[in-house]
Write a protein that binds this ligand. Structure first.
Ligand code: 5GP
Ligand code: MN
Length: 323
């Protein structure tokens, strides 16, 4: 960790200690890093503070419902002032969705994240793009607060880090990542149970959607780009939800010649959410940034407000510039 991050942690800890009502906020379409980080920090702060709450921004995907205290993620009910607002794994204000407007009500905003594109929207911004997951930063924060790392906290941190590293496979996984994971295992997490819940628990509906979406697979630019589509019609036929697309885009990146895997998800007729994954050399966050999105070099996303076929053309036109 860099020294200025160390001192930002100290400032954040001071502020946490002196704040009365603390709200930890999830982001839109929350992933394992977001949910794991939020729950870990909530469990930790709850040990020293009474009034700490977790704000729900979107529904929690079923994959994460096994996590301890997941029912603490609740809608905001305006029952008091917001002394502190903590955003985790949230690259910009818009990722806070309907809870974005609460930023104005908060006395102190702490923004802890690992996206290089983070907009530093907090009063205290702890942004470290070298961290494989926000879960690593939360782990360091809890350690620095001298709060004992129990099995529940450790399970949430493990979920966060495993989610963002592709189960410790992606090249963001560092020696430090493995050192943290070793400690979580020493604490006694049931990693087999966590892994089964995260990765070996697919519903039949999700499996059918997986098969149907692979039927839409198209390869472009000498097989360097693989693209699949999921429409509302496909979801209805498979009796699945959009969250059931999780894992499909990483799967198509696994095809040998493919450098970039893309999934186009039709949330509404004119609202296509794009997820991109790259393997070796393409910076997909830069491509998504041209559509006002962002993310990481090897995993990024954006939303295009056009029908599916136009969105597909726009994305392919952008990719043509790099292939
Ligand atoms: P996913 O494709 O799984 O939704 O997201 C992959 C990564 O890209 C995540 O780190 C996520 O934060 C980021 N990301 C996805 N969609 C958007 C978006 O619309 N805007 C920004 N700034 N980042 C996004
Ligand atoms: Mn993350």
């Amino acid at each position: 960790m860099m020294n200025n991050i160390e001192s930002l942690f100290d400032i954040a800890i001071e502020k946490i200690k002196e704040s009365e009502r603390i709200y930890i906020v999830s982001h839109v379409q929350p992933d394992g890093d977001n949910i794991g980080s939020i729950l870990a920090l909530w469990i930790a702060i709850k040990k020293i503070k009474d009034k700490v709450f977790i704000l729900k921004t979107d529904d929690i995907p079923s994959d994460f419902l096994f996590l301890p205290n997941v029912n603490e993620i609740k809608e905001f009910n305006d029952e008091g002032k917001i002394d502190m607002f903590i955003a985790l794994d949230t690259s910009d204000e818009n990722r806070l969705g309907k809870n974005k407007e609460l930023l104005n009500k908060a006395k102190t905003i702490i923004n802890i994240d690992h996206h290089i594109s983070n907009t530093n929207f907090g009063h205290i911004n702890i942004v470290d793009s070298n961290a494989a997951a926000t879960g690593e930063l939360v782990y360091n924060l809890i350690k620095k607060m001298n709060i004992p790392m129990d099995k529940d906290i450790a399970s949430c941190i493990y979920t966060a880090i495993s989610s963002d590293t592709g189960s410790f496979m992606y090249d963001n996984t560092s020696a430090e990542t493995h050192r943290i994971i070793a400690e979580l295992i020493d604490i006694g997490i049931d990693k087999s149970n966590i892994n089964i819940n995260l990765y070996q628990n697919k519903s039949l509906e999700r499996t059918m959607l997986f098969i149907k979406s692979l039927e839409t697979l198209r390869l472009y630019f000498n097989n360097n780009v693989a693209l699949i589509k999921v429409t509302q019609d496909m979801l209805n036929k498979a009796n699945a939800k959009m969250e059931d697309t999780e894992g499909i885009v990483s799967f198509i990146r696994e095809i040998a010649p493919v450098e970039v895997g893309i999934i186009l998800k039709e949330f509404k007729e004119n609202e296509i959410k794009v997820s991109m994954r790259s393997k070796r050399f393409i910076d997909v966050s830069a491509i998504c940034a041209s559509f006002n999105g962002g993310g990481h070099i090897r995993a990024a996303g954006c939303t295009i407000n056009s029908p599916m076929d136009i969105a597909e053309k726009l994305i392919l036109d952008e990719l043509k510039k790099v292939f």
